[in-house]
Write a protein that binds this ligand. Structure first.
Ligand code: PMP
Length: 421
């Protein structure tokens, strides 16, 4: 095995400039188990960031399901096979009854991309609304809808940026007003709305969970103007937000389309778009959708195993309980360290906004970066989010227990002491 310095140099030489690694001192891990990652020396790191390995790194049931199906059959998706139908039937039972079709893909980006194609075709509209610091994926279409890409972002054609429902800096209702304004601008420009696409916990915008009533109002405006609602559950889905399996359920709205990804295969690349059958039928009348790997037998067995573990280990419940414990501990730290301006989130999806001054609320981006790197030096992995990267993002695998939360809180206290001394 190469040492970390050689690996880093080789990576830069071979993979080129588009990639970014986490941490000033990038982590070279060789093994994972539960909430732990291990480096080559056997040093353990508490993973408090990874929502992909959602049921725990290398969960034995998921590993076994992948291995056994891979040993039996894996092929493209144009033959009859039991795995996709068995999975679809079971998985769709997790959704409101209006959402009864699924298209399997390999990535969340493909799911969002398909959602937009369907929305534009079915509504005959073009206008799409996304929040001001959203991230929705890697295709050229989605890059134009992902301002979180930063400096290089180029807004796509007929894309409107709306405010995030920022509970810390803006009045309740600002998000709805921003939707109304975008719809009015579309009307004036002669652009028919196609969809509102939103991440149901606004992960990249800074982690917000608006009141149900506000979301219902926003949704009603879009629908009245003829647009569809696409819920991006790639980050918040699969029980992470604790009280519900899917983020949109917290708001009491049923989207037309729901995109899913990251935790769906616990690291195996499997993703999907779930939605109203009429929409898929209308789309299918005029277009075909063929995704070579999307819904292959191995992916379906992986996703099925993840779903079973989520249920049998009651991980949504755990997200709710441990998330609550963690937020309480963070509130205690906030009373000691004024650099903590706000604590947000649901279940095991938590944002801790760092600021300089509670009145000014100046984003403390440098402090946030220092906290993340110092936590990493103490073997605890978190990251940041938000337009200024000033919000600590804590989003561990759902097998994160109280003792892990205690360790995180204790270490965060030490680090805050150090960075604010
Ligand atoms: N939507 C959201 C909210 C995401 O966070 C991401 C990935 N970061 C995507 C979509 C795209 O998913 P993928 O990387 O699997 O294409």
């Amino acid at each position: 095995m190469q040492d970390s310095q050689n690996l880093l140099a080789a990576r830069q030489r071979l993979l080129g400039g588009g990639y970014r690694l986490f941490y000033d001192q990038p982590l070279h891990v060789v093994r994972g188990e539960g909430v732990w990652l291990y480096d080559a020396q056997g040093q353990a790191y508490l993973d408090a960031y990874n929502n992909v390995a959602s049921v725990g790194h290398c969960h034995p049931a998921v590993v076994a399901a992948i291995a056994s199906q891979a040993a039996q059959l894996n092929t493209h998706t144009r033959y009859l096979n039991d795995a996709i139908v068995e999975f679809a039937e079971d998985f769709l039972s997790e959704f409101p009854p209006e959402l009864r079709n699924i298209t399997m893909t390999c990535t969340g980006s493909e799911a969002n991309d398909l959602a937009l194609r369907i929305a534009r075709q079915v509504t005959g509209g073009e206008g799409i609304m996304v929040t001001r610091w959203a991230y929705h994926g890697v295709t050229s279409l989605l890059a134009g809808l992902s301002p979180a890409l930063g400096e290089g972002f180029q807004r796509g054609e007929n894309v409107w940026l709306i405010d995030a429902p920022d509970s810390y800096r803006t009045q309740p209702g600002a998000w709805v007003a921003s939707i109304a304004q975008a719809l009015e601008e579309m009307r004036q420009a002669g652009v028919k709305p196609a969809a509102l696409l939103f991440d149901t916990i606004f992960s990249s915008d800074g982690i917000f969970s608006p009141e149900a009533q506000r979301v219902q109002q926003g949704v009603a405006l879009v629908r009245a103007a003829g647009g569809l609602i696409i819920a991006d559950e790639v980050q918040p889905g699969f029980g992470r937000t604790g009280s519900q399996r899917w983020g949109f359920l917290r708001y009491g709205v049923t989207p037309d389309l729901v995109s899913l990804g990251k935790p769906m295969g616990n690291g195996h690349p499997v993703a999907a778009l779930v939605g109203r059958p009429e929409l898929f039928a209308e789309f299918g009348r005029r277009q075909r959708y063929f995704n070579t790997f999307g819904g292959n037998p191995v992916s379906c067995r992986a996703a099925q195993a993840v779903l079973q573990v989520l249920r049998s280990e009651q991980l949504q419940n755990n997200a709710q309980e441990v998330g609550c414990f963690l937020r309480q501990g963070l509130c205690t730290l906030a009373a000691q360290y004024p650099v903590i301006g706000d604590i947000r989130g649901e279940g095991l999806f938590i944002g801790v906004e760092l600021v300089l001054g509670h009145e000014q609320k100046t984003p403390a981006s440098q402090i946030a970066a220092a906290v993340v790197n110092k936590m990493r030096q103490r073997q605890i992995l978190i990251s940041t989010t938000g337009p200024q990267a000033s919000i600590l993002k804590i989003r561990p695998p759902l097998v994160f227990r109280q003792q892990h939360a205690e360790l995180l809180l204790q270490t965060l206290g030490q680090v805050l002491e150090e960075v604010t001394a």
